[in-house]
Design a binder for this molecule. Sequence first.
Ligand SMILES: Cc1cc2nc3c(=O)[nH]c(=O)nc-3n(C[C@H](O)[C@H](O)[C@H](O)COP(=O)(O)OP(=O)(O)OC[C@H]3O[C@@H](n4cnc5c(N)ncnc54)[C@H](O)[C@@H]3O)c2cc1C
Length: 420
Amino acid sequence: MHMEYADIVILGAGIGGYETFRTLARLLKKHRLPQRILVIDRNNYFTFTPMLHEAATGSIEPGHAAIALRELLYGTPHSFLKATVAHIDPPTKTIQTDQGTVRYGYAVLALGSGVNYFGLADAASKAENVRTLRGALRLRRKLMGLLEGCQTEITVTIVGGGFTGVEVAGQFSYLAAHDLKKLYPDKKILVRLIDPSGILSMAPPQVPAIIQRRLENAGVHFEIGSRVQGLENGRLILANGKTFTTDLTIWCAGVQNYADSFLSADFQEKGKIPVNEFLQHVRANELYAVGDIAAACDSTTKKPCPPLGEAAHRQGAYVATHLAAALRGKAARVKPFRFKSWGMMVPVGEGYGVVVAGPLVFTGFIAWFIRRTVYIFFMPGALRKIKIMFDWALHSFGFRYIIELEDQDADEGPGICPTP
Ligand SMILES: Cc1cc2nc3c(=O)[nH]c(=O)nc-3n(C[C@H](O)[C@H](O)[C@H](O)COP(=O)(O)OP(=O)(O)OC[C@H]3O[C@@H](n4cnc5c(N)ncnc54)[C@H](O)[C@@H]3O)c2cc1C
């Protein structure tokens, strides 16, 4: 254990934290500022979460949704510490981690959010998720285990009809209709999506109906109107009394705000960081917050920012600009943070998507292609972009990544199939 000091510490190198780093490193260099950045993350890689459902279903190589942080910091004078953050104390400007204590001049909190199981312990231990690379890999391993096992009919249940649930349902329905027929002709996948109130509640009214119709035509069964109450022995129990068998349950139902696990009650509100119009903590101005963990809103309309990559990315760029200006004594010149979404993009399987831009709604291949192209630009690194484009091209002409990855901790497999 050791005590370290850093001028600027970025806690969490996901979409918001990495964008803060990228922009700030450029500004420090441009203005020849001497301050150094320390990036802390529990993983030694950056994860591009919006692509994890594609990694989980073999549409892209799992490693392509992540980039080594040391690779991203290479060539800069800044440093990286692989550590899990346990506690932040704004009055003393100290951070406790499992690798020791770090003192800071400024800090940017970008630790994201977790999965909300709404208190269902069984769901937390038995359902899969696509919130982390580890989760996506586990899901892929389970899927491969089922496909290589004896069962001919596999039921996949997706809990939650938000963006993630819809994207996952699209991938599985496409897999069932295309790759499965080629690679596992004796197998059938049944996809079911469960949500208490319908899909994509935050989208313009015509969008959920378009997407639901598309998914239904692709064979997805919808169970709308009741929430999941239990998950035991391969059965899902709904609050309305219905039960379903399930071989693979993917939990996409909610976001868990967890700033309360890092800060004392005076410095967080309902699991989020209260920030002012410059994204600084309201009671500790040297501490900024960006992304899912920040209770940020547009400074004029006061509309809260959604927990989405687009908001995290723009907040990261803004905080870097504000912080660099503060270091030069010019913070007063920076205007308060504004956020108006550029639009909404939802892929539904391969080759079909929906894009909403202002009053316009585009559907079909073009919308899917726009979404892919835009996302590739959010991914750091030119080489990575090329690798992913290569993956997609190969996948269009060939097959998914279906190598079965064994894990020593994996659950027992299906065993030996009975001889017919
Ligand atoms: C499957 C899925 C699909 C999505 N699709 C879209 C989409 O299409 N469009 C969109 O705009 N948004 C999408 N989102 C939402 C988007 O990914 C998040 O809003 C965004 O990642 C939030 O960025 P962030 O920087 O706050 O957190 P993250 O990107 O989650 O980064 C948090 C970082 O903190 C690190 N960390 C966490 N806890 C600790 C700790 N204790 N110690 C050290 N490090 C820690 C993590 O390792 C991670 O690197 C999707 C999310 C999911 C799960």
